[in-house]
Every structure is written in C-alpha cells, then in structure tokens.
Design a protein around this ligand. Structure first.
Ligand SMILES: [Zn+2]
Ligand SMILES: [Zn+2]
Length: 90
C-alpha cells in the first residue's frame, strides 16, 4: 500500500506573490495556471475567507445592554433577543 500522497513536480508560479511552486498535490490545469497559489498564499486566502464568512451587516440592538450590533455571523430571524459580543460572553 502506498500511503504517501502523490505529489506532482513542475515549474509553476504563484499567481499572487510570484513565488516558485515546484510541488503540488494535484496536477494543475495549464489553462488555469494563473490561479495557482503557493502554500503561504493559499493559507492566507483560506484564513481571509474564514474571517469574511457570511458576516451580516445591520442595525440591531443588544437586549442586555442596549449596545449597537452592526455585524453578526448569522442572519437573525428574531432580533428581539440579540446579544452583543460582550454580553454573549457573560
Ligand atoms: Zn504566493
Ligand atoms: Zn450587550
């Protein structure tokens, strides 16, 4: 059994920072070589996506302290018992 993941070696370039990419866990589509990302940029992109993940902007009020809530990680169905981040932690 071959437990090692096959790596493809080649001579590509990161489309974001321009760093050389010599190994990939998949065979890249030559037509999409511009979209290749080196390991660092890939990681950065992923963490950015996580941060930007579905933040809903709005104008709500905390039911505990009355403080303003401007963004939530979810779309509130019932906004009468929303809590701001501080009160939520209590
Ligand atoms: Zn890069
Ligand atoms: Zn509050």
């Amino acid at each position: 059994m071959d437990e090692q993941r096959k790596m493809y070696t080649g001579d590509w370039k990161c489309g974001s920072c321009g760093a050389a990419i010599t190994e990939l866990p998949f065979e890249p589509d030559p037509a999409r070589a511009d979209g290749l990302r080196c390991f660092d940029c890939h990681k950065k992109q992923q963490s950015q996506q996580r941060e930007n993940r579905q933040m809903h902007e709005g104008n709500w009020k905390c039911c505990e302290c009355g403080g303003a809530i401007n963004s939530l990680p979810f779309e509130p169905r019932d906004d009468s018992n929303l809590k701001c981040r501080d009160c939520f932690r209590k």
